[in-house]
Design a protein around this ligand. Structure first.
Ligand SMILES: NC(=O)c1ccc[n+]([C@@H]2O[C@H](COP(=O)([O-])OP(=O)(O)OC[C@H]3O[C@@H](n4cnc5c(N)ncnc54)[C@H](OP(=O)(O)O)[C@@H]3O)[C@@H](O)[C@H]2O)c1
Length: 331
């Protein structure tokens, strides 16, 4: 009698690196004039201090991109890594490729990796992500196959994507799997004020495929720190045009900010730490959620690192989720 068992081909993955530290630091603001207004005389020293304060606090995962500050963010990190000496060995760098319309073919991807490694002054990075899903004249298949080959060559330890929808994530995952590489992360916006991934299929698909979520703008670009109020100064740069920072926008989110402050007082923490801890608490045995808050100073880096090593109560997590659900319907 013929066996009814169907043989399912097993994928042996070349890379198993799919877990990352519970918290990272985002380096978009480091060297970026366009959005973040970087450029005052002491900005370079401030971000240097942020890097070393993060390291001293045990945060060793840094997220950057070739486009941040037109390469300046990677250049600064490269300098700090050199200065860190032996301590650099435990640091993991994630960077990104931006598929711009005039970039086509796969050689350009390899050249971009070479340029990022040069600016960072390293031989490999822990994670290389595609910054956004529209790849214009280069197909996703070619892009993913090229990145899988770079894993084999050892220049990148893991492949990630960013801003991909659930369907796009599944497609990228499939192409990489054909080459024996596991899709490591999808980096997407996720915070108490941006919870779209919980309902648009991204979180569910990441859970199903075992893909880590890197939560960007986890403090809603500073809003969840509670320092911007209806009577405080508005931030400079592009955020001054964001209506969430207007007095009316701040009034809408005020109940959430009040709750963050209330819980922060109870735990002797800060609102930013509560907001980050809530995100970390979205991880379970099937999914890892890693916030990557931007920090521009030693104080911010230290404070954000203080989101680690303790946990909110289940009741507080539920209350934060409930309050944020009500607010996010209005913003
Ligand atoms: N893949 C993508 O498309 C994408 C998009 C956006 C971001 N990202 C990544 O995600 C990282 C973080 O996102 P983000 O920078 O947009 O937003 P964020 O982390 O939510 O906010 C960062 C800003 O909040 C303020 N802040 C940070 N920590 C604070 C603290 N403890 N207390 C008070 N204020 C604090 C700082 O600005 P002020 O002091 O000026 O208020 C800081 O620049 C980026 O650096 C980047 O690596 C990726």
């Amino acid at each position: 009698m013929r066996s009814l068992l169907i043989e399912v081909p097993m994928t042996t993955f070349t890379t198993t690196k799919t877990e990352f530290p519970s918290l990272g630091i985002g380096a978009w603001a480091w060297g970026d004039k366009l959005f973040w207004n970087y450029g005052t005389p002491d900005d370079a020293e401030q971000v240097r201090a942020a890097f070393f304060a993060a390291l001293d606090a045990g945060v060793t995962f840094f997220d950057t991109a070739e486009v941040y500050g037109l390469g300046e963010s990677e250049r600064l990190i490269g300098k700090f890594l050199k200065e860190a000496g032996d301590r650099a060995a435990k640091i993991q760098i994630a960077t990104k490729y931006m598929p711009l319309p005039w970039r086509f073919g796969t050689e350009v991807v390899r050249d971009a990796i070479t340029a990022s490694l040069d600016r960072l002054q390293v031989k490999k990075v822990a994670l290389y992500q595609v910054h956004q899903p529209v790849s214009f004249l280069t197909s996703q298949k070619d892009l993913m196959y090229t990145l899988a080959d770079e894993v084999r060559k050892g220049r990148i330890e893991a492949v990630g994507i960013s801003n991909y929808s659930a369907a796009q994530m599944r497609e990228a995952h499939g192409y990489l799997a054909e080459k024996g590489v596991k899709l490591a992360v999808n980096q997407v916006r996720y915070s108490l004020l941006d919870r779209g991934i919980e309902t648009n299929g991204i979180l569910a698909t990441a859970r199903e495929l075992g893909v880590t979520i890197l939560a960007y703008s986890p403090l809603a670009q500073g809003l969840l720190s509670g320092k911007y109020t209806q009577t405080s100064d508005r931030p400079t740069g592009a955020r001054s045009m964001d209506r969430r920072f207007s007095p009316q926008g701040l009034a809408t989110i005020d109940p959430l900010l009040q709750l963050l402050q209330q819980i922060a007082t109870k735990f002797d923490r800060t609102p930013a730490q509560i907001a980050l801890n809530w995100l970390i608490a979205q991880s379970d045995r099937n999914i890892q959620v890693v916030p990557i808050p931007g920090a521009k100073s030693a104080k911010q880096a230290e404070q954000n690192a203080g989101a680690l090593g303790w946990s909110l109560s289940d009741a507080d997590i539920a209350l934060l989720s409930e309050t944020s659900t009500k607010i996010t319907k209005k913003v």
